[in-house]
Design a protein around this ligand. Structure first.
Ligand SMILES: [Zn+2]
Ligand SMILES: [Zn+2]
Length: 464
């Protein structure tokens, strides 16, 4: 019965008897609304799929992609794009993200889904360099939520390119799974917040991450804190503003603090003088990272810098002595835990040949370059390389033996059935990973025929 017919059946119009509006999909509430830990659109999609006990692939293909792309398109191709290269854009400020939110709002009946993207900063912050492509996460946050039995999700802040560390824990955000060392996109066909879509293992393992409270990334943490404040206070402040006040504020900052000296201002801000000029003229909007760094240097909140017309921005005494980090390299080089590196290398050497980890895998585990391991621990690195080389050679031999024995057994089976074991017949009965064009497989087939006293196809053709 529709809500209209129910209202007609109760002419007194009792509000309590009226059914609320129905939505096609479950009216799932996004987590962390109006806070700095607001959920991202991609995380919301994952949880929405789980709430309906379907995969993200099915949800996208059956419900979302038809509305997003309209009729007459190859949905399989489109959904493949969504769960790879296009998916991360859902969290940003662009037409794809706006369309997705409109579709989700109509399907779930929730008007507040705008908050799961960076839409609020449209016209105030540049849409470029806003969203990262790979999924990032804070292992400490995930572990804490699991311990407190809180729902697992991916906050919007983890998807922002400007944020390298967790503002709460100060730990570097991870982008590779602690178990399989692979990275992944925010949307996967079968993903679950907090778990790797490749190996399905828990991502909250605290192994290899910076200890909570360890001051490893002070600059990055300050920037992450500014971005976090922007996510909390920005939506309301920017909604109330009519246009960006950033250009005017840069102009007054340039005049008041640097007497119009563009180069000096650029040096202080760690950008080029062309960028200062483009900001001042309003031709260019600041990226989120530039805005957060500007805010950190002048100690004014990011939303105030873009919304309020400030008469003057004063630099606190001593601020000019801030060393220029440079626009090309804003972040300090990562501090390496040498003891941890040595421990991992020694473990790999002790473990021996079966299975020997490559130096590349170990460097990914400890979060450094292979060359760093070679430079710091030349002897151990050499042993690891030798072991891995030996392991690869052994693996190749075992694989060759398996292929030969599989082909031989197949040839005998076919022959027993009274059929000539031609290459085509044998290939049809072999698993896909065996390629009969491989010289090794071909030689094994010929050898098996000879053992059975059969001529191979080439000899038969030659005889004919
Ligand atoms: Zn955290
Ligand atoms: Zn994994």
């Amino acid at each position: 019965m529709s809500s209209h017919s129910i209202a007609a059946a109760h002419p007194q119009g009792d509000e309590a008897r009226r059914l609320p509006l129905r939505s096609k999909l479950y009216c799932l509430e996004p987590l962390g609304l109006a806070t700095a830990e607001v959920e991202s659109a991609t995380s919301y999609l994952s949880r929405l799929a789980i709430a309906h006990t379907v995969s993200i692939w099915s949800l996208l293909k059956r419900e979302i992609a038809p509305s997003l792309y309209g009729p007459g398109v190859n949905l399989t191709h489109r959904v493949s794009e969504l769960i790879s290269t296009v998916g991360p854009a859902f969290n940003g400020e662009n037409s794809t993200s706006r369309k997705l939110i409109a579709v989700l709002q109509s399907l779930t009946g929730r008007p507040d889904l705008n908050q799961t993207t960076m839409r609020f900063c449209r016209g105030f912050v540049s849409p470029g360099f806003l969203i990262r492509r790979k999924q990032a996460w804070c292992s400490d946050c995930l572990s804490e939520w699991k311990a407190k039995d809180r729902p697992l999700y991916s906050p919007l802040i983890w998807h922002l390119a400007a944020v390298e560390v967790c503002p709460l824990h100060g730990a570097a955000l991870r982008t590779t799974c602690p178990t399989c060392n692979r990275w992944f996109y925010p949307l996967a066909a079968h993903s679950q917040p907090g778990y790797c879509p490749h190996c399905r293992q828990w991502l909250g393992s605290s192994e290899n991450t910076t200890n909570p409270g360890k001051p490893g990334y002070p600059l990055e943490r300050q920037i992450a804190q500014r971005v976090s404040d922007f996510l909390q206070n920005g939506p309301e402040a920017l909604a109330a503003a009519t246009a960006s006040a950033f250009a005017g504020n840069v102009e007054s900052f340039l005049k008041c603090s640097f007497g119009g000296n563009n180069q000096a201002c650029a040096r202080f801000l760690g950008v080029t003088r062309y960028t200062v000029g483009a900001w001042e003229s309003g031709k260019q909007l600041p990226t989120l990272l530039s805005l957060a760094d500007f805010s950190r240097r002048v100690k004014v909140a990011p939303e105030v810098l873009v919304c309020s017309h400030l008469r003057a921005i004063h630099i606190s005494p001593g601020s000019k002595a801030v060393t220029r980090t440079g626009h090309r390299r804003l972040f300090a080089p990562r501090k390496h835990d040498l003891e941890y590196m040595r421990k991992k290398l020694e473990e790999a050497v002790t473990r021996g040949v079966f299975p020997a980890l490559s130096l590349k895998a170990i460097s990914a585990q400890v979060g450094c370059q292979q060359s760093t391991l070679v430079r710091r621990f030349p002897e151990l690195a050499k042993q690891v390389k030798d072991l891995h080389r030996q392991f690869c050679a052994n693996r190749k031999t075992v694989r060759a033996q398996q292929i030969c024995s599989q082909i031989k057994l197949t040839v005998i089976d076919i022959h027993k059935m009274g059929i000539y074991p031609s290459m085509r017949t044998v290939r049809q009965r072999l698993p896909n990973f065996i390629n009969m064009r491989d010289p090794l497989a071909y030689a094994a087939w010929k050898r098996a025929l000879e053992e059975l006293g059969l001529a191979c196809e080439e000899q038969i053709r030659d005889a004919a």
